[in-house]
Design a protein around this ligand. Structure first.
Ligand code: FAD
Length: 410
């Protein structure tokens, strides 16, 4: 019997025939990168529903020497969750491991299976008056197993850290098909080596994450957003320092974007009011989370930004409670009657990607980089140069209607 037939037959015994997909029509959604850049091949797509089933499938693949490509929500940007063109692997979809287990509000932890959608986890935490702070634009589709395996960052890294910092315990099926059970919720864990940190960020190369214990935080009473117009990325760093000193850990989000980004918003959402009557080279989008009250948060942020305006660090600004569309207001004295901005901020959201025509980024090639805060000012210059040293990009860079599009999650 051919390996593939043998594999399919034995996988069907483990997960049920309905969860071993081989038909081209059924497997297609699992084999193509979500941006449609690449379609791979696989012997089958296998969809276990428990840790035991996952372990049995991985054990079988180890025995038959069949490569395994773990897959969560398939929102990763680097083709990690789709198989290559060789066709000798299986795709192991974790989406059926989607149970949210115990939520311990005293220990501030929740136990979840790897295939849980990030947004469902956020909602479950909120129902218990708690916050799971990982937030990124793919949160309606990505899974916590994928977030852990890519050590995803998102909008709250400044305050809460990457996914690694949000995880206390893990359950993993090793490459041999054994179950490594470290589903612990102990914060003060000083027991020897920390294998957990090897699996986080490993992109499935060392094992398959099947469950995790996540950290929860008290739910803030209000979120307040501000958009601040700036002259340079360096001013954005000085503003960050100023606001952090004034607001401390209540500052939970800080995004830097160029005027090109805002012009893209205007081009694609022509009905939205523009935040400022004039254009500025850079904008910082801030989010402050208040555990006191909305009024307290607004006052705190306004005071800090007023100082930045007085110091000449900020050029203009609007502040408002992010949930209340009509309440954003300019705080620069020269522009008292500005259209409400929170609607625009609400659409922008911190770190949300903008849908392009046809759902794709047609005009702007996208790359992700990580940099230290202090290197952002020089990085923005170097990235612009690097962008224009690529021949295809040079054509675009020389076209002033399509300058490089740079945005920073801080
Ligand atoms: C619109 C958008 C915005 C994004 N914003 C951010 C952002 O702000 N910050 C950021 O860091 N990333 C961001 N990303 C990328 C981000 O890494 C992914 O969206 C998410 O973390 C991947 O989760 P997923 O379930 O889709 O994983 P997949 O794409 O399915 O898989 C990603 C990788 O993890 C492996 N994997 C998946 N599940 C498991 C598992 N259970 N065990 C072992 N390995 C596994 C896969 O083999 C693959 O290598 C964004 C993506 C999109 C589309």
């Amino acid at each position: 019997m051919l390996i593939t037939d043998h594999l399919i037959e034995r996988c069907s015994h483990i997960v049920g025939a309905a969860n071993v997909l081989v038909d081209e029509h059924d497997t297609a959604p699992y084999l193509t990168d979500w941006r449609g850049r690449f379609t791979g091949r696989a012997r089958a797509v296998v969809r276990p529903a428990s840790t035991a089933e996952t372990a049995a499938v991985v054990r079988l693949c180890a025995e038959l020497r069949v490569p395994v490509v773990p897959q969560g929500g398939r929102t990763g940007l680097v083709l990690g969750s789709v198989p290559d063109a060789a066709g000798d692997a299986i795709v192991l979809s974790l989406r059926r491991l989607n149970r949210i287990g115990a939520i311990d509000t005293f220990n501030r932890t929740m136990t979840v299976e790897a295939g849980c959608i990030l947004q469902d986890i956020q909602h479950a935490a909120a129902e218990h008056g708690m916050l799971f702070p990982l937030s990124l634009a793919a949160e309606g589709s990505c899974t916590i197993g994928g977030n852990l395996s890519t050590n995803a960052g998102g909008t709250g890294v400044l305050r809460y850290g990457n996914t690694r910092e949000l995880c206390l315990g893990l359950e993993v099926v090793t490459a041999q098909g054994d179950v490594w059970d470290a589903l612990r919720g102990l914060r003060k864990d000083n027991t020897g080596y920390d294998l957990r940190d090897l699996y986080v960020g490993a992109e499935g190369t060392l094992g398959v994450i099947t469950a995790a214990v996540l950290k929860l935080f008290p739910q803030p009473k209000a979120a307040i957003t501000a958009l601040v117009a700036l002259a340079t990325p360096r001013d954005a760093l000085a503003l960050l320092k100023l606001v952090e000193a004034a607001c401390g850990p209540t500052l939970t989000g800080y995004e830097l974007m160029s005027d090109v980004s805002l012009r893209l918003v205007a081009a694609h959402f022509p009905d939205l009011p523009q935040p400022f009557p004039e254009r500025y080279p850079q904008y910082a989008l801030l989010e402050l989370s208040s555990h006191d009250s909305e009024a307290h948060g607004v006052a705190l942020l306004e005071r800090a930004i007023e100082r930045a305006l007085e110091d000449g660090l900020a050029q203009d600004a609007v502040v408002g409670p992010s949930a209340l569309v009509t309440h954003a207001r300019p705080i620069h004295a020269q522009h008292p009657a500005r259209p409400p901005l929170a609607h625009l901020i609400g659409r922008l959201q911190i770190g949300r990607s903008l849908p392009m025509r046809g759902g794709r980024h047609h005009f702007f090639p996208s790359r992700s980089f990580s940099a230290t805060l202090s290197s952002i000012a020089s990085a923005s210059i170097r990235l612009s140069l690097a962008f224009s040293s690529n021949s295809a990009s040079r054509r675009r860079a020389s076209d002033t209607s399509r300058p490089p599009y740079l945005a920073f999650h801080l």
